[in-house]
Design a protein around this ligand. Structure first.
Ligand SMILES: *Cc1c(COP(=O)(O)O)cnc(C)c1O
Length: 432
C-alpha cells in the first residue's frame, strides 16, 4: 500500500516510511492511496468470525502486499489478545467495551499494532528508533506498555504536569527500561507542539530516527477499524440502520470508523461526541474550523483544542462539507450533563460508564431522539476504574480497581520535569 500526504496527494511513500515518520515532510498526515472494500464473502460470514479472524482479514486486505502474511498474522494475534464485547443496555443501545486491554483503554489496540510494525522495521536496521508521544493520559500508557522491551526502540512520553490522573501517570512513569517520561510545565497542546517541532527539525532527524506514536500515525488508525466490523457482526438486528457514537478528542477513533465505512461496512451515521472542547461539532454547525486552546474537563482524554485527525476527515470527503456532514453528526456536552448520564445509567441499568463513554452515550441518545428505529452503539473507550476519582464522586460509591491498575499504583513514579520551550526538549533528545 502506498500512502499520500493530506497536504499533497502526489507525494507517495510506502508503509515503512509512513509508519516510521508518522508525519509527512510537508506536515500533512498520511492516508492510504486506496481503501479497498472487503469482499462479499467476508461480510456474509462476518458474524461467525472470531475477533482475530476479522482483524486479520481487514489488515491483510489493506497491507497484504507490504508484509508477509505470516508476519501480519502473528502481529494481529499479539494485538488482539483481548475481547471487545458489545454490552446491551437497552433494546437498541449497546456499549462497545474497548477497555479490556492491558492499560484498560481503547488505545491499546493502536499502540500494540504500531509497536508490532515498528518492531518489525526496527529489526531491519542498526540504529535504535525513538518513539515520541504526547499524551493527555491514555495514549502514553498504551504506547509505553505496547513498546516496553521492544528491541531497538526507545520511547519518550510527554505529558502536561498535573493534568493527568495519578493512575494514568503511574502507567507510563513507572516502567523504566526503554521508556522515559517528560513532565511538561504546560498543556497537552504544548506537548503536541513540541513533538511536531521535533519532527520538523531537519538536523535532529538526520541524527536520530524519530517516530510518532500519536494518532497522527496511520498505524494507530488501522487496527481501530477492526472493532467496528466485529461489533457490527455482533448486532442482533442488522436490518436496522446501525450508528456508532464515538467520544472524540483527536478524532482518530472516529476517523477509523469512517475508514471502516469506506471499506464497505454499512454504517448509517457516525456521531462525533465530545465535551466542551467542541471545535468539530461547531464546524458541523458553521462550516468553519476554529481551533482554540483546550479547556479542562472531567473527560480529560478529550481535552483537545486542535484535533489532529480533522485533516483526515476532510481529506476522506475531498473537502466537501455536504458529503462529510451526511456521514457525521457532531454534539458536545458539559461536565454536568456527563455526570447526570453516568448517574442515570448506573441507577437504571446498573452499568458504570467512565466520563468518556458517558459522552458517547449522550451523543447517541441525542441522535436517536430524532432518528427512531436505528440501532445505536457507543464506544466505551476506558474502564471506569481509570477515572476512579470522577466516577466515585459522581456515583457516590467506591469502585474496585481492576488488577491491571492496582499493579501500577504501588510503583514509584520517575519523570523528568521540563518547560514548554522547544530547546530544552531538543537537548534531552540529543542526549539520549
Ligand atoms: C484518547 C481517548 C479518547 C479520544 O480518542 P480520539 O481518537 O483522540 O478521538 C476518548 N476516550 C478515551 C478514554 C481516550 O483515552
Amino acid at each position: 500500500m502506498q500512502f499520500y500526504s493530506t497536504n499533497n496527494r502526489t507525494l507517495r511513500v510506502g508503509l515503512r516510511e509512513a509508519v516510521m515518520h508518522g508525519l509527512a515532510p510537508d506536515n500533512g498526515l498520511y492516508m492510504p492511496v486506496s481503501i479497498p472494500a472487503l469482499s462479499d464473502s467476508f461480510f456474509a460470514t462476518l458474524s461467525q468470525k472470531s475477533f482475530q479472524e476479522v482483524s486479520f482479514e481487514i489488515a491483510n486486505n489493506l497491507l497484504g502486499a507490504d508484509l508477509p502474511s505470516a508476519v501480519l498474522k502473528n502481529m494481529i494475534d499479539r494485538v488482539i489478545q483481548f475481547d471487545a464485547p458489545l454490552v446491551r443496555l437497552e433494546a437498541s443501545i449497546s456499549a462497545l467495551e474497548l477497555f479490556h486491554g492491558p492499560t484498560l483503554a481503547f488505545k491499546d489496540f493502536g499502540a500494540r499494532f504500531l509497536s508490532g510494525l515498528v518492531g518489525y522495521f526496527a529489526a531491519q536496521q542498526d540504529k535504535a528508533i525513538t518513539i515520541l508521544v504526547a499524551t493527555s493520559g491514555d495514549t502514553g500508557s498504551a504506547v509505553a506498555n505496547g513498546f516496553l522491551n521492544v528491541h531497538g526502540t526507545k520511547v519518550i512520553v510527554l505529558y502536561p504536569a498535573g493534568k493527568v490522573s495519578e493512575i494514568q501517570e503511574k502507567q507510563f512513569t513507572t516502567l523504566g527500561g526503554n521508556i522515559t517520561a517528560l513532565e511538561v510545565e504546560g498543556t497537552f497542546d504544548d506537548c503536541q507542539r513540541l513533538v511536531k517541532e521535533a519532527f520538523l527539525d531537519t538536523e535532529l532527524n538526520q541524527k536520530h530516527t524519530l517516530t510518532s506514536a500519536n494518532s497522527i500515525n496511520i498505524a494507530r488508525l488501522i487496527p481501530q477499524t477492526f472493532y467496528y466490523f466485529y461489533a457490527f457482526g455482533q448486532v442482533k438486528h442488522p436490518a436496522k440502520p446501525v450508528v456508532f457514537s464515538v467520544p472524540s478528542g483527536n478524532y482518530g477513533n472516529l476517523t477509523a470508523g469512517l475508514l471502516a465505512k469506506r471499506m464497505g461496512l454499512p454504517i448509517a451515521r457516525m456521531i462525533a461526541s465530545t465535551n466542551i472542547n467542541s471545535i468539530v461539532p461547531e464546524y458541523f454547525k458553521t462550516q468553519v474550523f476554529t481551533p482554540r486552546p483546550s479547556q479542562q474537563t472531567i473527560s480529560n482524554a478529550m481535552d483537545v483544542g486542535n484535533p489532529s485527525n480533522f485533516a483526515r476527515m476532510l481529506d476522506l470527503y475531498d473537502h466537501q462539507f455536504e458529503r462529510l456532514a451526511n456521514d457525521v453528526e457532531g454534539y458536545s456536552f458539559s461536565d454536568e450533563e456527563t455526570r447526570t448520564a453516568m448517574r442515570q445509567v448506573f441507577r437504571d441499568k446498573n452499568y458504570r460508564m467512565d466520563p468518556h463513554g458517558a459522552i458517547g452515550y449522550l451523543g447517541l441518545k441525542k441522535y436517536m431522539k430524532s432518528h427512531r428505529g436505528t440501532q445505536g452503539i457507543f464506544l466505551e473507550t476506558a474502564h471506569p476504574g481509570k477515572f476512579r476519582d470522577v466516577v466515585e464522586e459522581t456515583l457516590g460509591q467506591s469502585i474496585e480497581l481492576p488488577e491491571a491498575l492496582v499493579k501500577f499504583s504501588s510503583r514509584e513514579k520517575k519523570s523528568l520535569q521540563i518547560g514548554k520551550e522547544y530547546q530544552e526538549f531538543r537537548d534531552i533528545l540529543e542526549s539520549r
